[in-house]
Write a protein that binds this ligand. Structure first.
Ligand SMILES: Cc1cc2nc3c(=O)[nH]c(=O)nc-3n(C[C@H](O)[C@H](O)[C@H](O)COP(=O)(O)O)c2cc1C
Length: 192
């Protein structure tokens, strides 16, 4: 069965390095049999600071409508986010806050990007937020440390084998949960 596992980029910062990682992760995901992926960049989405959630907004601007239907058809998500001041960027939190049922009972794989910390605190911060979305975080996450030194526009520049091995493991984990949860949502769509 074909699975759609899009990447959500966590930042709108001009010249951000996380987008190199996001593109690389989406490309590796899309190479796996039966997987469709792609990057959604919050800078290209017309979301301002939250005024109303999309479910309460009528009519929805066209770009938002398209994004919402993409998230609705997704079987799971890969978030690639930098760590800003020990947490996730406001742009990512704001984006997640705009939607509700599109996230519910779907798996999230988390990729943190940072300097020495490798975005570990952004990953941990996001774990809590994803729980609030009534979604689940898969057990395997990926930390990209020293991104300025280790990643270029075309992918990893050092320790590529190690990164690829960790990435493939995370993607395999996400796929397993995406299939399992899709089957479970189909069997029993009710929410308590
Ligand atoms: C506002 C801001 C806050 C940051 N805070 C952290 C931080 O708490 N921990 C960290 O490891 N790096 C931090 N960084 C550095 C980022 O890790 C660095 O910019 C890296 O390139 C990834 O972010 P980027 O995708 O915006 O490029 C911060 C950068 C910015 C712009």
């Amino acid at each position: 069965v074909q699975l759609y596992l899009p990447v959500l980029l966590g930042t709108t910062r001009e010249g951000n390095r996380s987008s190199h990682v996001a593109r690389y992760v989406a490309a590796r995901a899309g190479e796996r049999p039966g997987i469709e992926s792609g990057v959604h960049d919050p800078a290209e989405l017309p979301f301002g600071n939250l005024v109303k959630r999309v479910s309460k907004t009528d009519p929805l601007p066209r770009g938002v409508r398209e994004f919402v239907s993409e998230m609705a058809r997704a079987d799971g998500f890969i978030v690639v986010t930098p760590e800003y001041n020990f947490g996730v960027p406001g742009a990512l939190k704001n984006l997640l806050d705009h939607l509700v049922e599109e996230w519910v009972r779907k798996p999230f794989a988390l990729v943190g990007v940072g300097g020495r910390s490798g975005g570990i605190r952004a990953i941990d911060n996001l774990r809590q937020v994803v729980t609030g979305l009534e979604a689940v975080v898969v057990p395997t996450s990926l930390s990209v440390h020293s991104v300025k030194r280790t990643f270029g526009e075309d992918g990893p520049t050092v320790d590529k084998e190690d990164l690829d091995a960790r990435l493939e493991r995370m993607l395999a984990d996400l796929e397993w949960y995406a299939r399992a949860l899709r089957a479970a949502r189909t069997l029993d769509p009710a929410r308590p």
